[in-house]
Design a protein around this ligand. Structure first.
Ligand code: NAD
Ligand code: UDP
Length: 328
């Protein structure tokens, strides 16, 4: 049985990856310090013989007794609200944490895949974004703690690949959504759905002309799985190229949820990227991957999940508007 270590296992993507690798017959070791994750995302796995969990901060030395075949490094705060609240931990997990996992991969002769992000392109001047684009990033802006940690993570990973011959993979993940996102993590999909469910107005930042391209979690997980098992070490964009403006998206959510609330406009957060759309030519040609779930289907599944949460959970998740702390 192949063994895989998944960091960030109690988070949104990490927990879905644990499910995928369990389904594929792997022994999965999950690791998380629960800073933004929740054990309820993986509690269904605790009864399985081929699942183990370590409560550990990967920015500190990482010890695993078992042999390992693969490591997925997904531990990192991922939403602007989270990384503005815990900027130093965000920098540490992308840099020190990645260094620890590279060292572990080298010691175990394991293949390491790191979770990078479309944020390495910053507020892009090239559209759609291909992997060859170097980006337009503000190192000292509020998003710099995340963006630069991820850029450093990529450089460090390529250095281990080139210098030590380590088997590495880099996925550049574009906005991904689905069940198990935290209702109050501030990302636009839980924010809008939470507002609709609580009977609050939907807060569009700026004039809503900025665009995003949303990928359903099952498609993302399939892309990551294929990349891990491929022999390709350069970065690969995984995302859904279907682009929409945030204002049009807010209107879609109003239709989906049937809420009678209206849209209200709030200041645009500093360095909020104006346009984002993955060019997935590389993923198509190298991995034979492309997304299958359209936004209508994916959003319905996601809305069903949020509706199933308890009333208390919903009330606890009141929307946090970080734009006021963070104006241009
Ligand atoms: P998430 O916040 O739901 O999950 C992150 C998990 O990492 C949490 O469970 C958290 O407790 C854990 N974690 C954070 N710091 C840690 C540390 N020092 N030690 C151990 N565990 C730690 O976020 P997510 O959306 O699941 O994102 C997972 C990864 O994917 C991140 O690396 C993120 O940068 C990347 N990513 C996600 C998206 C997206 O759209 N979801 C887009 C781009 C990149
Ligand atoms: N956004 C918004 N209202 C909200 C939350 C987010 O208009 O209540 C906007 C945000 O300014 C950004 C887009 O939605 O332009 C996506 O934001 P998210 O935090 O989900 O991800 P990211 O900016 O990292 O892509």
């Amino acid at each position: 049985m192949k063994k895989i270590l998944i960091t960030g296992a109690a988070g949104f993507l990490g927990s879905h990856l644990c499910d995928k690798f369990i389904d594929e017959g792997f022994k999965v070791i999950g690791m998380d310090n629960l800073i933004t994750g929740d054990l309820k995302n993986i509690e269904h796995l605790f009864k399985l013989d081929n699942f183990e969990f370590y409560h550990h901060d990967v920015s500190k030395f990482v010890h695993v007794a078992d042999e390992l075949d693969y490591i997925l490094h997904f531990a990192s705060p991922a939403s602007p609200i989270d990384y503005l609240k815990i900027p130093i931990q965000t920098l540490k997990v992308g840099s020190l944490g990645t260094h620890n996992l590279l060292g572990l991969a080298k010691a175990k002769d394991a293949r390491l895949l790191i979770a990078s992000t479309s944020e390495v392109y910053g507020d892009p001047l090239v559209h759609p974004q291909t992997e060859d684009y170097y980006g337009n990033v503000n190192t000292i802006g509020p998003r710099g703690v995340y963006d630069e940690a991820k850029r450093f993570q990529e450089s460090m990973t390529m250095a281990y690949h080139r210098f030590h011959g380590l088997e590495t993979r880099i996925v550049r993940i574009f906005n991904t959504y689905g069940p198990r996102m935290r209702l109050n993590d501030g990302r636009v999909i839980p924010a809008f759905i939470g507002q609709a469910l609580r009977g609050e107005d939907l807060t569009v930042f700026g004039d809503g002309s900025q665009t995003r391209s949303f990928c359903y979690v099952d498609d993302q997980v399939e892309g990551i799985y294929k990349l891990l098992l491929s022999d390709y070490a350069e970065p690969v964009n995984i995302g859904n190229p279907y682009e929409i403006s945030i204002l049009d998206f807010a209107e879609e959510i109003i239709k989906l949820t049937g809420t009678e609330q209206k849209i209200v406009f709030k200041p645009l957060p500093k360095d909020d990227p104006m346009q984002r759309q993955p060019d997935i030519t590389r993923a198509k040609s190298i991995l034979g991957w492309e997304p299958k779930v359209n936004r209508e289907e994916g959003m319905k599944l996601t809305y069903d999940y949020f509706k199933s949460l308890s009333k208390e959970e919903l009330q606890r998740s009141e929307h946090k508007d970080f734009s006021v702390h963070n104006r241009k």
